[in-house]
Design a protein around this ligand. Structure first.
Ligand code: SF4
Length: 195
């Protein structure tokens, strides 16, 4: 018997907007020309249709998904559908109270993008002083009891032996779960984004 094709994961890119300017990002910066994001009801319908198709995991990403004011409503609907829901974020716009709210609404996992293991290089790659802020947010994630994933895009500027990225995060103060990834679209188009 041949099993029917069944998608497992939905990656929902909620917006192009993002406070960072990573050197490898392929998302458009001229947001004015790309201001027609899907509205709340449409995304909720997409989640329901995905769940009907067999999807069990939902990744909420962008751009920076936290810039969406309706993220709570989207997490709520994902919880109602019993989807395992992962927030993929730069972390920059996050406040602790909002993170606690996501916890209460049923968000399952938080994935923070960090551009390097050292602040100067991470900040340069991100185009914004953001490293210390990301570590602070990672500590909130752990305090609130979420599983935490770190996402670091590997490229020639952070692969040399001086960078901890080549070997993963080792500092005891660093969060425990690390995934490494390559720019999503690099394989196809030579660009990418990571949040
Ligand atoms: S790679 Fe991700 S975090 Fe960096 S600018 Fe692009 S969308 Fe923002």
């Amino acid at each position: 018997m041949i099993e029917a094709y069944r998608p497992y994961t939905l990656v929902a890119e909620l917006t192009y907007r993002c406070p960072l300017r990573c050197v490898y990002c392929s998302n458009p910066l001229d947001y004015g020309r790309h201001d027609r994001e899907l509205d709340t009801a449409t995304w909720q319908r997409v989640f329901r249709e995905a769940e009907d198709l067999g999807v069990v995991q939902l990744n909420l990403t962008g751009g920076e998904p936290l810039v969406r004011d309706d993220l709570e409503a989207l997490v709520e609907e994902a919880r109602r559908l019993d989807l395992y829901t992962n927030l993929i974020t730069s972390g920059i716009p996050l406040r602790r109270e909002r993170l606690a709210r996501f916890r209460a609404l049923g968000l399952d996992n938080v994935q923070i993008s960090i551009q390097d293991t050292a602040a100067p290089r991470s900040d340069r790659i991100a185009g914004l002083r953001s490293f210390d802020r990301k570590l602070e947010i990672a500590s909130w994630v752990k305090e609130l009891g979420f599983p935490l994933t770190l996402n670091t895009v590997l490229h020639r500027e952070n692969l040399d032996p001086a960078s901890g990225c080549a070997a993963g995060w080792r500092s005891s103060s660093s969060p425990p779960t690390t995934t490494r990834s390559f720019p999503k679209r690099a394989w196809m188009a030579g660009g990418g984004d990571s949040s």
